[in-house]
Write a protein that binds this ligand. Sequence first.
Ligand code: ZN
Length: 459
Amino acid sequence: MEEFFQHKQILLENDQKDFNFLSPTDIELQASQKFNWLKNDFLANFTIEEMLDYWDVKDSVIHTKLFEVLKKMPKGALLHIHSSTMMHSQEFIDFLKSDSQIYVQLIDEKIILLPNFIENSVPLSEFLKIDGNEKALLDSLEMTRGTSMGLPSERWIKFGQLFSTSAKLFSEKRFRENYFNLAYSQLYEDNIQRVEIRTNFGRTGYIDNGRILTIDEAAESFKTATDRFRSIHNDFSSGFIIACHKLLSRQKVIEAAEDALRLHLLYPDFILGFDIVGEEEQYNETEEIYECVYQVKSKAKENGQDFPMFFHAGEVVSKHAPTIYDAFVLESKRIGHGISLIKHPVLMQIAKTKKITIECCPISNMLLGYVRDLRVHAGLAYLNQGLSVAIGSDAPGLFGYRGVTHDWLWICILWGIDLMQVKRLVKNSIDGCTEPDETRRIWEPKWAEFVNYLANLEI
Ligand SMILES: [Zn+2]
């Protein structure tokens, strides 16, 4: 009997050594006890089964003490979010109502929002006067239980339609600047120190009061909106990753990559690099678009220029989708999602050695049908195996929440992680962002203040 327990204890201790372990300070030990209490308190009100039914509980969990504490937690860098879906959809509608220049066009009964009048469009205020139209608009901006069912490929069809409802709004400078100001303030309230945002940034179609802008002028206006927010909140920063769609032609992808490289060289701290987006299993085989990007990157390298990549990859169920290899060949600095990476031991080892951060987006993965039960999500395995994994929210507006606190809540409960594992995930996000030193400098005192608050929390 004695021998059995000794052997088990040795295994347990050795296993702990392999974990992505952080030693707690005294105050963190006290805060950890409170954190465990908060998780137990949460589980006294919500069962695991209820947490698996996201739509049933996503609004009621906001009123729990654990959510309140996680919202206050300084989260470091949010490394995975898309520009047009950063805001809670109902709050987005309220924001649209405050702009008198928003118009609606119906194309085959689908709602398309516009930043200016065009023929056959009606003002948003007129459109919303008709009974049922506000609900129809909300359904055009947000997934529902009904649209988050079936295979991932079926869910992606609805997902793509939701993106297209508001896409045209972002061409107008006035709208874009006001939108980012509000979206940043919501992330700031979620205690995020830095955000690196994927954005679709095409060569044409940007306007300022009827005047067509060049892509450089459009980038400059993104920067102006960001600088304005930063001038008030100097403990927040942001940057953009230019994301082009994978179903574009070879020529269009080359143009997008060349634009991204040029803008990155012009604004290296603001335009951070390049990505390719879209459903991964819909692979554009004939065009071999990643090879096009490889050519642009190689040419930059010959000129002594670095062209950073931040690819979505491994957002699949099957092992055989090839994008994960493309991401490694192109030396992606981070991997967006990386769910299937666990099926590739050699790539996993490279990710660990090179400290390639995996941007894990738990709620997105659940709602798009890749991991229906987060208890078996690969992210926890990556964390335990010492890979750099960080938490992102992908498209919170489409999933009916804001910021990234919901993702933290779901993993704290369904992964059963403790406060030091939470801290490790936050530190990973900082190490994996493009401004780690400055973000860490801002985050550290906020973390010290947070653990002090948590340790002294009245429960
Ligand atoms: Zn994404």
